[in-house]
Structures are given as C-alpha cells and as structure tokens.
Design a protein around this ligand. Structure first.
Ligand code: PLP
Length: 440
C-alpha cells in the first residue's frame, strides 16, 4: 500500500468495446477484461438494453421464498448450455443455486458437498481435497481450499484443514523426473491422498484445465479426465470451479469440455453477466439435489442465502450475455483469434527472459525468469511483473501480473487488430524492462 499510494491512480470513467477511458481522456486496451469478466466488450448494446428494460420493470426482489422471470429464464438457459457442453454422466447438472460472486459460488459448492454426505448418513466425509497453487476466492472457506502461500499463509490459523495434491505445474515439476510425466506424477500423488483419506473426503475442488491466480498453470492433456476417474473410484464429489474458465475463456464454453468431463458440482461467476454485474451460480446434479428433499420437520434445507442472490438486473444481463454467444457465434469466431494469439506468443517465447508461455484459449500466462537456462526466478523484490505491466500501461495497455507471470486475458470480442496490438505492446514492455534490468 505504501508504494501503491505514491502512484497516481488511473480513474476509469468510460468503456467501449475492448477499451477503457480514464478521467484525463486517455484510452487503454483492456488486456485483462476488467479482471477476467468482460466477454462481448464494454457497452455491448444488447446487454445495456436488457439492463435498461429490466430497470423499467423492477431492479431487485428477493429470491428467498420468491422468484422472478429473469432468474427462471437464466436457470433454464444455464442448464441447457451446461448440458449441451458437458457430457453428463449418471445424473445431469440441472439444479441452479444463485449467489453473487465467485467466492460465494465456491462456499456454496463446498457446503452442499458436505451437507450431501451428512444427509446420506456418511458423517465422516467432512474434509476437502484441493491443489497446491489453487485459488478459489477470498472468503474463509475458499481460502481453506486455496494453495497460494503468498495470499493464504497469513490466514492459516483461521482456516479449516484440507488435504492437498500437487499442482500440475509441468514447467517446475521437479518430481516428474522420476515419473514418465508430470501428469502421471500428479495423479499418482493425488491417488495416494485419496487412498489414505477417502473415507473423510467429501469433495475435491479444482480449477479445470487452467489454474488461474496461481500463475496461469495449464494442466497436461488427460490430467482432468484422470482426476474425474479418481473421484469416481474413491466416491468423492468433484467440484469444478469454472469461475475464471467458464463462458468461453478457454475456447470452449466450459473448460471441462476439453476433456469431456462432467463434475458433480459446477461453480460459475465472472463472465456469467458478460462482465457487467455481480452474479454467480452453483449448479448441482439431480442426485445431489434429491438428497436435500425431506419433510419440513427433517430440516434437510440448505441454509444459505445472500441478500442480493440472483438479483433481477444481473440475471437479465446474464440472459442477454448467453443470447449473444448464440447470435454472434462467439465461440466459433474466437478460434481464429486464439490462433493469432498463439502465433504472437510464439515470438514472445523467444525473448531471453521468458521462461514459459502458457495458453489455453484466451487465458495466457507469460512466466519471466532471471535465467532462462536454470529457470531461476526473479526475486519478489525486483517487482518484474509489476514493472512490465507499468511499462505496458504507459503504452496504452492495461494488464496485471501474478508475481513474475504476466497475464493476458482480453475480452472475447477483441478484434484481430487489437489482439495484435496487445501482443506487440506486451512484447515491447517485456523487452524494454528486462533489458534495462540486465544493464542494472
Ligand atoms: C477460479 C476462481 N474461483 C473463484 C474466484 C473468486 O471470485 P470472486 O472474486 O468473484 O469472489 C476467482 C477469482 O479470481 C477465481 O479465479
């Protein structure tokens, strides 16, 4: 805070498409989609109109004991889009529970999984298994299943205990040398934890395909499918946290689709409203839902409800967001852009201080290293990520680092030309900052 307070803050007053305008009239390319949320661009006409027309009817009424048309319509659409994307297994993902941000979607996923086993009479299942480098939000439950030391360690006295499995961070997977691959090593270690503790484990929570805030870590092909198989084998519910990866981010509607995996519980937020308003949904299978059915006196109720849960305007925006996906064939048109991004990133890979470039669709992490050969990281105090992003900002691009990893995460609607600009400025910023640091 001390250092940040010395900087002049950028005050954003307007947006349009892929761009943000500050109070002094300067425009910036929004290279992180306003923290991974903007889908079809800022001030998208259809979403603006949906919100305006909803306001003319009503802005909010509670979902506790009541419901409303936008929530009903959105739940129908979500179930439809989820089930057309994910290969459903024994029981379809058909029950939608609303809340208002990614962390709450995760808290709900964890609590539902826990309570499910309580209702089933398997009372010992009250722990969770999660991954190192995981990020599931900033509330206490979500932090308890998190795995990023720099964010989470200080809170450890407040957290509940959870079991940990290795992160499939192939670039830095030292142990994989003893195994044929990083994937096999990670799955083997996960299985060892499950073998020992499965009777206590209610659920496994995972960011499918891409661990986001942990450093944009892409899992090796087949890993997610392997995790699903292990959950089945050891009778553990699989909770997919698609808060960051959902709604087209990885090039498919949901990341689980890449490996034809379907979770038992799916957490959605961020892009759900196209990046307009806070809203989240935790979707469960019919089988889980049925375990909560009972007489009033049985108190099988899921006692969880936030005041602004399923807000009317947010749901209206989310309905419009999903309709645009269909109308504009967003997922189809972004495939060419993913290729352009890939090509551009190839040039960045060749820069002397770029250790690893990880991409899945429109989620990109560029890991900067002090020494490319030894993979020696830049020390935290050198603030390399921050310096590169600051340089990019001077050139008209807003991006944010995760430690030494530069994150690129543009709106899905970004044009080919804008995408080239994003890559160009990022490359220049990395080059200029690292060369300056080499010179001392
Ligand atoms: C995978 C994942 N889960 C959960 C969250 C928390 O979402 P929110 O910030 O809306 O609480 C995030 C946020 O970045 C995330 O990336």
């Amino acid at each position: 805070m001390k250092e940040w307070a010395k900087e002049t803050p950028i005050i954003i007053t307007e947006g349009c498409g892929s761009f943000l305008k500050d109070i002094s009239g300067r425009w910036y390319l929004d290279g992180v989609a306003s923290i991974w949320v903007t889908v079809h661009g800022h001030r998208k006409k259809e979403i603006d109109n949906a919100i305006k027309s909803q306001i003319d009817k009503i802005s909010h009424s509670t979902l506790l004991g009541l419901t409303h048309p936008p929530a009903i319509k959105l739940a129908e659409k979500l179930v439809q889009v989820v089930n057309s994307s994910l290969v459903t297994r024994h029981s379809s993902l058909s029950k939608v529970f609303y809340s208002d941000n990614g962390s709450t979607a995760v808290e709900i996923g964890l609590k539902v999984a826990f309570q499910y086993w309580q209702h089933k009479g398997i009372k010992r299942k009250k722990r969770f298994l999660s991954l190192n480098n995981a990020y599931h939000g900033d509330t206490i439950g979500a932090v308890s299943v998190g795995g990023i030391d720099i964010f989470h360690n200080i809170f450890s006295p407040l957290l509940f205990k959870s079991y940990k499995a290795p992160s499939p961070y192939c670039y830095r997977c030292e142990f994989a040398k003893k195994f044929p691959s990083c994937k096999l090593f990670c799955l083997k270690k996960m299985e060892q934890v499950m073998q020992k503790h499965h009777q206590e484990i209610a659920g496994l929570i995972i960011e499918p395909i891409m661990q986001g805030a942990g450093g944009m870590i892409v899992s090796p092909p087949g890993y997610l499918k392997g995790v699903r198989k292990l959950c089945d084998k050891y009778n553990i519910l699989m909770i997919a946290d698609e808060v960051a990866t959902g709604f087209g981010r990885t090039g498919k509607m949901f990341a689980c689709e890449h490996e034809k995996v379907s979770p038992d519980i799916l957490c959605l937020a961020k892009g759900i409203t196209g990046g307009y308003l806070p809203l989240a949904a935790t979707i469960t299978t019919e089988k889980i839902y049925n375990a909560f059915l009972g007489e009033f006196k049985d108190l099988k109720t899921f006692f969880h409800g936030h005041t602004y849960t399923g807000n009317q305007i947010a749901c209206a925006a989310a309905v419009a967001n999903l309709e645009i996906f269909k109308k504009e064939k967003t997922l189809k048109t972004m495939q060419k852009k993913i290729e352009i991004l890939k090509k551009g990133l190839f040039k960045i890979t060749e820069l002397p201080h770029v250790g690893d470039v990880r991409q899945k669709g429109f989620m990109v992490g560029i890991e900067l290293v002090k020494d490319k050969k030894t993979k020696e990281p830049y020390p935290t105090g050198e603030k390399i990520g921050w310096k590169v992003c600051y340089k990019a900002r001077k050139k008209g691009l807003i991006i944010r680092p995760l430690g030494n990893v530069i994150v690129l995460m543009p709106p899905l609607s970004i044009s080919h030309q804008e995408l080239k600009g994003l890559i160009q400025i990022t490359a220049e910023a990395i080059k200029e900052v690292t060369e300056k640091m080499d010179r001392g």
